[in-house]
Design a protein around this ligand. Structure first.
Ligand SMILES: Nc1ncnc2c1ncn2[C@@H]1O[C@H](COP(=O)(O)OP(=O)(O)O)[C@@H](O)[C@H]1O
Ligand SMILES: [Mg+2]
Length: 418
C-alpha cells in the first residue's frame, strides 16, 4: 500500500484543516513519528524536530484536495524553439506572457511531482530526508499558487522574485534525494520503481528550472542570449570551462591531473541551453579523470582525456574518451543505475587522498570527484529528456568512451518539449 492511501485511510475521517501556511512556515522535518490509531479515535501524525520539539500537525501531507485537482491536469510543455522565437517587445509584454504561462503551468507540474511522492511505498515516503523534499514541493505548490495574478510589470517583478527564491530553496534537491534513497535502500524491493521516480522527478525538476531561469534571464540584456538560450553557443567554450574546473579539482584531490585534448568541430556554434550541459559535462569529465588517475597512479605521466565534438543538422555529439582502464564487464550494466558507485571499492589511500581527500568529499559533495553514484544515471535521464542519449563503450583494459548526443533546438527538425 502506498504512502498516500495508507495515510488517508487512517486519518482522513476526522481531519480538521488547520492553516496550511502556518504549518508550512514552521515546519522543518527531522523525523516522523507514526503511532497506530484506531479508525474511531484518530489523532494526527506528528512531526518533531530538534529545534522545536513540539509536535506539529502534518495533516497537510495528505489532505490536499487543491493539489489533487491540479495533479489531474495535463502539463503544457513548450519546444525550445517557442522560447527562442517568442520575441521581445519594448513594452515588456513578452515578460507578462512568459510569467502568465508559468503562473498557470508551475502549480500543475509541482502537483504532478507531489503525486509522485505520494505514490512511493509507505516506508520509503516516510524517510525523513525524502519527506523533507516532499514538504518542499508542497510549500512550492502553495507559494506558486498564492502569488498574485500577473496583470502588469509590477506583479511580474514580484513573480520573478518569487521564482528566484524557489530556485534557491530547491537547489539541493538532487543531493537530498540521493541521500534519502540511500538511507532507505534496505526497504526498497522494487528498483524499477525508484529508477522511474528519480528519472521523472529529476527531469521534471530540470524542465521547471530551465523555464524559471529562462523567465528570470529574460530581464537581462546579455548579448547573444534570449533568456537562458545562448543563440551562438560554442560547445568548445563550455567544455574548456569544465575541463579547467575538473583539472583544479583533480590537482586538489590527487596532486595531479591528466591533460585534456579537444578535437572535431571545435568551431561549431549554434543555439542551445547551457543548464543541462553544466551538470552533465563536469560529471563525465570527473569520471574520466578519476579513472585515469586511479589506473595510472604509479606512472610518471597520465594519458590525456580526449573530447571530440561533432555537429550535424539534427544533433551534436560530445564524446569523452579516457584511457582509465575501462569499466569491468560485471559493472557495465550497473553504472547507469542510481546509487551504483565504485567509490568505496578503492582501497588505495593514496588514490583517495587519505584523510584530506575524504574531508574534501564530505564537506562539499557537489565538487567531489565522485558522489552518490548519481552522475551517470542523472546525466542519462537529462539527455533522454532533451531528446538525446548517453551511451558508454568500454574497452576493458584500455579505457572508456562516453557519447553524449543532444538534439538541436533551432526548430528545423522535430523537437523535444521542456
Ligand atoms: N570513465 C570511466 N571509467 C571507468 N569507470 C567509470 C567511468 N565512468 C564511470 N565509471 C564507473 O561508474 C560508476 C558510477 O559513476 P557515477 O554515476 O558518475 O557515480 P560516482 O562517480 O558518484 O561513483 C563509478 O563509480 C565508476 O566505477
Ligand atoms: Mg561520477
Amino acid at each position: 500500500m502506498n504512502f498516500s492511501s495508507r495515510m488517508s485511510r487512517k486519518l482522513r475521517p476526522t481531519i480538521k484543516v488547520s492553516s496550511v501556511n502556518e504549518s508550512l512556515s514552521k515546519s522543518n522535518v527531522k523525523y516522523i513519528q507514526l503511532n497506530t490509531y484506531s479508525s474511531t479515535t484518530v489523532k494526527p501524525v506528528s512531526i518533531t524536530n530538534d529545534k522545536n520539539p513540539k509536535a506539529k500537525n502534518t495533516q497537510w501531507f495528505y489532505n490536499q484536495s487543491a493539489i489533487d485537482i491540479a495533479a489531474a491536469k495535463p502539463s503544457v510543455r513548450l519546444t525550445p524553439a517557442t522560447l527562442l522565437y517568442a520575441g521581445k517587445s519594448a513594452d515588456g509584454s513578452h515578460l507578462l506572457r512568459s510569467a502568465q504561462y508559468l503562473h498557470k503551468e508551475l502549480p500543475v507540474r509541482i502537483a504532478h511531482r507531489i503525486a509522485g511522492f505520494r505514490s512511493l511505498p509507505f516506508i520509503v515516503g516516510c524517510n525523513p530526508t525524502i519527506l523533507a523534499v516532499h514538504e518542499l514541493y508542497i510549500k512550492a505548490y502553495y507559494t506558486a499558487c498564492e502569488s498574485c495574478a500577473i496583470t502588469d510589470l509590477d506583479s511580474e517583478q514580484k513573480y520573478a522574485k518569487m521564482l528566484h527564491q524557489l530556485l534557491n530553496d530547491h537547489k539541493d534537491v538532487v543531493t537530498q534525494l540521493a541521500e534519502g534513497f540511500r538511507e532507505c535502500r534496505k526497504h526498497i524491493l522494487n528498483e524499477d520503481m525508484v529508477r522511474s521516480f528519480l528519472d521523472r522527478t529529476l527531469t521534471s525538476r530540470l524542465g521547471m528550472r530551465i523555464l524559471a531561469e529562462h523567465h528570470i534571464a529574460l530581464h537581462d540584456e546579455r548579448p547573444n542570449y534570449v533568456g537562458v538560450i545562448n543563440v551562438g553557443m560554442k560547445p568548445k567554450d563550455l567544455i574548456e570551462k569544465w575541463c579547467q574546473f575538473v583539472k583544479n579539482l583533480s590537482e586538489l584531490k590527487y596532486g595531479k591531473s591528466p591533460q585534456f585534448k579537444l578535437n572535431g568541430h571545435i568551431n561549431a556554434s549554434f543555439p542551445y541551453i547551457e543548464t543541462p550541459l553544466d551538470y552533465i559535462l563536469p560529471e563525465l569529465l570527473k569520471n574520466a579523470v578519476r579513472a585515469t588517475v586511479e589506473a595510472h597512479f604509479d606512472s610518471p605521466s597520465l594519458p590525456p582525456i580526449t573530447i571530440t565534438v561533432a555537429n550535424n543538422d539534427v544533433d551534436f555529439i560530445i564524446r569523452v574518451s579516457d584511457r582509465g582502464g575501462g569499466i569491468p564487464h560485471h559493472m557495465i550494466n550497473l553504472v547507469t543505475q542510481y546509487h551504483y558507485s565504485s567509490k568505496n571499492m578503492n582501497v588505495d589511500q593514496r588514490v583517495e587522498g587519505g584523510l584530506l581527500g575524504s574531508m574534501i568529499d564530505e564537506s562539499n559533495n557537489a565538487s567531489s570527484m565522485h558522489g552518490f553514484g548519481f552522475g551517470l544515471p542523472t546525466s542519462r535521464a537529462y539527455a533522454e529528456y532533451l531528446g538525446g542519449s548517453l551511451t558508454l563503450q568500454s574497452i576493458q583494459g584500455i579505457g572508456t568512451d562516453v557519447y553524449l548526443r543532444l538534439k538541436h533546438i533551432d526548430g528545423k527538425h522535430e523537437s523535444f518539449r521542456i
